[in-house]
Design a protein around this ligand. Structure first.
Ligand code: TYD
Ligand code: MG
Length: 467
């Protein structure tokens, strides 16, 4: 029986309920409510009474120094952080178990320590011997990282209290840290929330940057405490497909920079290697002359990235059609198929549709519409797209093509990788700035999706093939 005063917190959304229930009323998740005993002293104060000293208000203008940044020395990581980590900030690195979080942070810690900074690495998941073994494998044995295996919060705080010149403290992971004064197991909402708060406070008062590793649940939320996301300054997701060697570090929240930057890594036998030119990697396994494939000139943050969109149609007369999408939004696919059907006469009904962004990338840009449409039309007509062509552009509900941001950057990247043609939305004369295309690049500008369909049909008749 729960003690009086106990309340129940949803580990998915953080909502508080007075009674346990199988389903959270706020977010609808099942089996996410956990008992939480309120902190001693909380609620003792009577509400509504002004007993504080008041706060001082100042103007917007004033002398405030820019936050001091320390570059880790791993360019892909620093870019996502907005140019290095800000001192006294708290950074949460989330990701599936086994994706490489410990590896990434150990490499970052070692790099920083080699630059002469004091770095503490506290692991609650692995023993010192295990971490040393990993360091050896990564070729980092010589780095002056101070290593400890610990889980008890009070011990860790006591150690941090004595730190005066630490630049970075890594806690791997927040779910293993245990505060003995809280009556619940490590990893529960109450533990994680309170421990993260205590560690962040230590970071602010001692001036070091704090990196917390957080595990992700099956549903993709940072395990347990969404509440922790509010407390930290930066939330990064380390993601990737276990079947692929690519890993992507993505900003989800950043109080000190943009959140749309990504860092690309490759998991090798000797740890994570930076990928300075992701396009080449993502296109490396492409086979030209296969119907259903189109190259999308995408943008991830400030960086252009080319990737392959693959579509497969398989005939399924009568049965309820399947739509399977990996790396893209399935609602968006349905919309595109409806536009192809009703505006361009491309009938995809009676087919199962599979769509995949090769390499395990995830695309959220509407600019991918045109590449997806090209892959679908190519699959439907069995005519391969020209292997030297890239596609980008947004498609509206009436089938019209719309401009997307940074066309020049996309074209430049395509030219750099040897693409000679680009299919993109038509610019309205006088309405848009002139497009400075790279030398030798042929631009094929379309106003409507049916132009693409017609061009493909033209290729069908010129090749004498297709179905
Ligand atoms: P790890 O960093 O332990 O993941 P996390 O902390 O996110 O749980 O990485 C685990 C995986 O990475 C493991 O399956 C093995 C692989 N790996 C390599 O392929 N090469 C390496 O050099 C290292 C250290 C790990
Ligand atoms: Mg780990």
């Amino acid at each position: 029986m729960a003690r009086p005063g106990t309340q129940f917190v949803c580990t998915a959304c953080g909502a508080v309920a007075p009674k346990w229930a199988g389903r959270c009323e706020a977010c609808g998740a099942w089996n996410t409510l956990e008992a939480e005993t309120p902190l001693p002293g909380a609620g003792a104060r009577r509400p509504g009474r002004a007993t504080g000293r008041g706060v001082e208000f100042v103007g917007l203008a004033g002398d405030t120094p820019l936050p001091e940044r320390v570059a880790l020395g791993i360019a892909e990581f620093d870019r996502v952080l907005g140019g290095g980590m800000v001192q006294s900030s708290a950074i949460l690195v989330g990701g599936d178990p086994g994706i490489g979080k410990s590896t990434l942070l150990l490499q970052a810690a070692a790099r920083l320590a080699s630059a002469g900074k004091r770095v503490l690495y506290i692991s609650g998941e692995e023993s010192v011997a295990q971490i040393r073994l990993r360091a050896e494998r990564l070729g980092l044995r010589g780095a002056a990282v101070s290593l400890a295996a610990a889980t008890v919060l009070a011990d860790i705080l006591a150690a941090l209290e004595a730190e005066t010149d630490a630049s970075l403290v890594v806690i791997d992971s927040i779910q293993t840290i245990w505060d003995e004064t809280i009556e619940s197991a490590p990893g529960t909402v109450a533990q994680v929330r309170s421990n993260a708060f205590a560690l962040i406070r230590a970071a602010k008062s001692r001036g070091f940057a704090l990196m917390l590793v957080g595990h992700v649940t099956k549903e993709g939320a940072l395990a347990g405490p969404r509440v922790m996301e509010h407390m930290v300054d930066v939330v990064l997701h380390f993601e990737g497909d276990r079947g692929h060697q690519f890993r992507i570090l993505r900003g989800a929240k950043n109080r000190y920079g943009a959140t749309d930057e990504i860092g690309v890594f490759e998991m090798t036998g000797r740890g994570l290697a930076e990928v300075a030119n992701p396009s080449a990697l993502f296109l490396a396994e492409r086979h030209g002359n296969v119907a259903g494939s189109a190259v999308f000139a995408g943008l991830e943050g400030s960086r252009p990235v080319l990737m392959e969109v693959q579509a497969l149609l398989s005939s399924n007369p009568g049965g309820s059609a399947r739509r399977s999408v990996i790396g893209w939004d399935s609602g968006r696919l349905s919309m595109l198929m409806a536009v192809l059907d009703s505006r361009c006469g491309v009938k995809l009904a009676g087919h199962d549709v599979y769509l995949n962004i090769a390499g395990g990338l995830r695309v959220s840009e509407p600019a991918a519409d045109l590449a997806v449409a090209a892959a679908l039309v190519s699959a439907a007509t069995d005519v391969p797209t020209d292997p030297g062509t890239v596609f980008f552009g947004e498609i509206g509900l009436s089938g019209e093509l719309r401009q997307v941001a940074q066309a020049e950057l996309r074209l430049k990247e395509a030219a750099k990788l040897g693409f000679g043609r680009a299919v993109l939305p038509r610019r309205v004369a006088g309405g848009h700035r002139r497009l400075a295309a790279p030398e030798g690049m042929v631009l094929e500008e379309y106003g409507h999706l049916s132009d693409l369909v017609a061009a493909t049909a033209g290729r069908v008749s010129s090749q004498g093939g297709g179905t």
